[in-house]
Ligand binder design. Structure first.
Ligand SMILES: Nc1ncnc2c1ncn2[C@@H]1O[C@H](COP(=O)(O)OP(=O)(O)O)[C@@H](O)[C@H]1O
Ligand SMILES: [Mg+2]
Length: 511
């Protein structure tokens, strides 16, 4: 019997797993299996329960009920230590490395608690080196973590799991932090692990990745298993349907518009410093015409935050000018910029976008409440306010019990829609949108993208700042690459590739 089962090549089974958190049933009766040497994708929207299921497998959470079998033996996983001893390894969304230690020290650390003094570092270093060569996980074993890029740190996490002889590797949204080049590199590593019969579970919410790397896929929706498919037998559209529970428009139907070269939004030779007084924007110039979407592509930390802040009016300009249809608004504060026709969707919606404890209606009309028709003398006209906010809630499909609900009770996607409803309904001349869909579901993304396009089609000049290259390509009429505070390259999205743009995003270093 035992041998019979081994022949099917199944190394892991999770059976009827449920996990009840105080407020949510995060996993509901989920059964999955994993074959030896397989790359399995776990696909689902935010909050679908993917991380929870894998954290249960790694011994971080106890399931409310259900069983786990590893190599056909029932496993009781009380901690990651148990999981590691059974051959499991996990790379989390947030890395767990110690900044001021070296790569080798991090990898060895925690292996033999209490016996640091006895560790043979020379031998460990040699093993790390061998592993890194064998699996294309190139990283200097003597480098300090603090000096490594995010992609390199991820390699260290994978090495750490391999050093502990993991035969089942769990990767939780590993590509979220990588450039297109680094994603390719990771996939090379995954394939070479697969060749050596390491089994991999990759968590993702990106359909392209499922198609690119996995052999089989489980789709989770709201804590339940919504399907299991052999990847090559299912299209992206079908995957999206299973993930969201309805049809989703995956490719925007975007017509190219001929825009007149009229002045819309102009940034002239901007110099701006970051919080530490270091130059963050270095002689940055660009122009967005009415009816055009200009996308700013770049790796995080190249000046995006400072650009956003200086446009909104909350960061000082050292030198240079910002013009709105030819008018210099450089010295204007936030309010005056809004009155001049600027709208913005900030990347940090909690800090700059919303008053969390206030009602939906108050948030949705916030920047217009001091104007007609909402004031009458000194009284806010409540009935007008409620009627208008109800209209906007309907128009933007915001899910809320009523317009009196505090915004803090809404989901991330619906909070973002509140911001959109407020900013877009002002009919702005210029719209600055930063990371508009970060952390949101496919369904919400679809809606937000089509609303941004509508704004363009109503002749608004749209400046889009995004770390998601997919998003930049989907929306932009022109792409500008931001690198170390300057625009280093301009692209026509129809005439370039993710790879080529990615190349300039990293300063032309890694091809
Ligand atoms: N430690 C926790 N305590 C309470 N609720 C949690 C915890 N972890 C996750 N949840 C909830 O469980 C659900 C599933 O979350 P998660 O597994 O992180 O989803 P995913 O990884 O698919 O985005 C969400 O509603 C989330 O808020
Ligand atoms: Mg997760």
């Amino acid at each position: 019997m035992e041998r019979e089962k081994r022949k099917d090549g199944i190394c892991l089974r999770m059976e009827n797993i449920s996990k009840q958190f105080p407020k949510v049933l995060a996993n509901e009766n989920i059964s999955i299996y994993l074959k030896r040497g397989e790359i399995l994708a776990l696909l689902g929207e935010n909050g679908a329960g993917k991380s929870t299921l894998m954290n249960i497998l790694y011994g971080l959470y106890r399931p409310t009920c259900g069983q786990i079998y590893i190599n056909n033996h029932e496993a009781t996983l009380l901690s990651p230590k148990d999981a590691i001893s059974l051959g499991l390894g996990m790379v989390h969304q947030h890395f767990m490395l110690i900044e001021n230690l070296t790569v080798t020290e991090n990898i060895v650390l925690g292996m033999e608690p209490g016996s640091w003094g006895f560790i043979d570092f020379k031998k460990a270093r040699k093993i790390v080196k061998e592993l890194s060569e064998q699996y294309h996980l190139f990283v200097d074993p003597d480098a300090k973590i603090e000096g490594l890029s995010v992609g390199q740190q991820q390699r260290v996490e994978i090495l750490k799991a391999l050093y502990r002889k993991a035969t089942i590797l769990i990767l939780d949204e590993p590509t979220a932090v990588l450039t297109p080049q680094e994603v390719d590199g990771l996939f090379v590593v995954m394939r070479s692990l697969q060749e050596r019969k390491v089994s991999i579970i990759i968590i993702t919410h990106k359909l392209e990745e499922v198609k690119a790397i996995s052999g089989r896929v489980y789709i989770l929706r709201r804590g339940k298993l919504a399907g299991e498919r052999v990847t090559k037998d299912i299209s992206k559209a079908e995957l999206a349907h299973l993930m969201v529970g309805r049809d989703v428009v995956l490719t925007l139907n975007k017509e190219n518009r001929i825009t007149e070269k009229k002045p819309g939004f102009t940034l002239q030779n901007l110099f701006v410093k970051n919080d530490n007084g270091v130059t963050a924007l270095n002689n940055l110039s660009l122009e967005v015409c009415p009816g055009e979407i200009v996308g700013i592509a770049g790796v995080a930390g190249n000046g995006q935050k400072e650009l956003e802040e200086v446009l909104i009016g909350i960061r000082r300009i050292e030198k240079g000018n910002i013009l709105l249809t030819g008018k210099n608004i450089s010295r204007y504060g936030v309010k005056k910029r809004i009155q001049s026709g600027l709208s913005y969707v900030p990347s940090d919606r909690y800090r700059y976008g919303l008053f969390l404890s206030m009602k939906v209606s108050e948030n949705i009309l916030a920047s217009s409440l001091d104007r007609k028709p909402y004031v009458n003398g000194i009284n806010l006209r409540l009935r007008v306010i409620n009627r208008r906010s109800e209209e906007l809630v309907t128009m933007y499909g915001i899910k809320t019990p009523s317009v009196h609900e505090p915004v803090s009770n809404l989901s991330g996607g619906n909070q973002q829609k509140v911001i959109l409803a407020r900013e877009f309904s002002r009919e702005p001349v210029v719209l600055v949108v930063s990371q508009p869909t970060r952390g949101l579901d496919v369904g919400a993304i679809e809606f937000i993208h089509s609303e941004i396009l509508k704004m363009r089609d109503r002749d608004t000049a749209v400046l889009l700042i995004s770390m998601e290259l997919e998003e930049i390509f989907a929306l932009s009429d022109r792409i500008l690459v931001l690198y170390e505070g300057s625009i280093v390259k301009e692209f026509d999205p129809g005439k370039t590739s993710h790879k080529e743009v990615g190349y300039y995003m990293t300063g032309g270093g890694e091809r």
